[in-house]
Write a protein that binds this ligand. Structure first.
Ligand SMILES: Nc1ncnc2c1ncn2[C@@H]1O[C@H](COP(=O)(O)OP(=O)(O)OP(=O)(O)O)[C@@H](O)[C@H]1O
Ligand SMILES: [Mg+2]
Length: 261
């Protein structure tokens, strides 16, 4: 059984880091030691300490204290291109065994690990393997972040089907990225009727990680009291949450305000 959860999305730029950060906030608030893990990042700044990727810095800051950058993000490449191409250009082969070893280092010292993929579910890791192969081989439960944009129904259903071929889809998150999509409520309803896993949360535009962590839908994820003995703790699981209304602001209309990841 796993103490790790994998956050994927319908695409790049859909809110994975924001949700991963919120999950880490929630776990730390609940008393867990938790580590964010962005194994493979492309798109990084050169700094005096070496290459640094924004997502990994966010996850490192949201994790329990004491993590080195390289533990959170062992493979970091400068160009913002497909990660397997960035790795190939750097002459690096990222194998599943090396990914497992990097994950194990975190899992040995933390009760929970929140892994953020790169892009979407089928993004390649190397010439042979994709994130789906790696996560499927580990059997980790997956949360799918859906950016509520035109086209998202197809992207969400395709992703859900592909995830379920390999591992358990714990649930999905409707992220209302600004600008707000026309008929976003109808689109959420449509997805709720068709997705094979529960809607865990509807994230309003401009919601901070703390606000996201406080959304009621996460209660559908079973996070037992850390004081319980290890043997009694169940692992990540979600009961069907039923319909979850998006939080109302301004009479049902949101005022978008980007507050950063
Ligand atoms: N609900 C939201 N409201 C406003 N802005 C948001 C929301 N969710 C995400 N964003 C913004 O959208 C951008 C993309 O979000 P984020 O970085 O979390 O996506 P991602 O899926 O992790 O992207 P990547 O594929 O690059 O890792 C960021 O600038 C983030 O601040
Ligand atoms: Mg990200």
């Amino acid at each position: 059984m796993s103490h790790t959860i994998f956050i994927t999305g319908t695409d790049t730029g859909v809110g994975k880091t924001r949700i991963a950060r919120a999950m880490l906030n929630r776990l730390l608030d609940q008393g867990y030691s938790a580590a964010g893990f962005k194994p493979l990042a492309s798109g990084a700044e050169r700094t005096a300490e070496g290459l640094r990727n924004d997502d990994a810095l966010v996850l490192q800051a949201a994790s329990s204290p004491g993590l080195e950058y390289g533990e959170v993000n062992p493979w970091c490449f400068e160009p913002a291109i497909a990660p397997h191409l960035a790795a190939r250009e750097a002459g690096v082969e990222i194998g599943l065994a090396a990914l497992d070893a990097a994950h194990r280092r975190l899992a040995l010292r933390h009760e929970r690990v929140v892994v953020e993929g790169a892009g979407g579910w089928l993004v390649p890791l190397n010439a042979q393997h994709s994130f789906a192969d790696w996560v499927g081989s580990q059997g980790w439960p997956v949360i799918l972040v859906v950016a509520m944009r035109l086209g998202c129904i197809n992207h969400a259903l395709l992703s859900a089907e592909a995830i379920q071929r390999r591992t358990r889809l714990l649930g999905w998150v409707a992220n209302l990225l600004p600008p707000l999509q026309e008929r976003w409520r109808d689109n959420i309803d449509t997805l709720q009727a068709r997705m094979p896993a529960p809607l865990l949360a509807t994230v309003p535009p401009g919601a901070t990680a703390a606000e996201i962590a406080a959304l009621p839908g996460w209660a559908a994820i079973d996070l037992p009291d850390p004081a319980e003995p290890e043997s009694r703790r169940s692992h990540w699981s979600a009961a069907p949450a039923g319909p979850i209304a998006a939080p109302e602001k301004d009479g049902g209309r949101f005022t978008p305000a980007d507050t950063g990841p």
